[in-house]
Structures are given as structure tokens and as C-alpha cells.
Design a protein. Structure first.
Length: 20
């Protein structure tokens, strides 16, 4: 698993948490 992919997935998760 690429670190970049993990970073993007983490950002997407954060946006989902904020309901963006």
C-alpha cells in the first residue's frame, strides 16, 4: 500500500467526518 494512497484516503475520511 502506498503512503500517498493512505494520505488521500485519510483526507477523504476526514472530509466524510466533517460531512463535506
Amino acid at each position: 500500500m502506498n503512503v500517498y494512497f493512505v494520505a488521500v484516503d485519510g483526507i477523504t475520511f476526514n472530509l466524510s467526518t466533517w460531512g463535506a
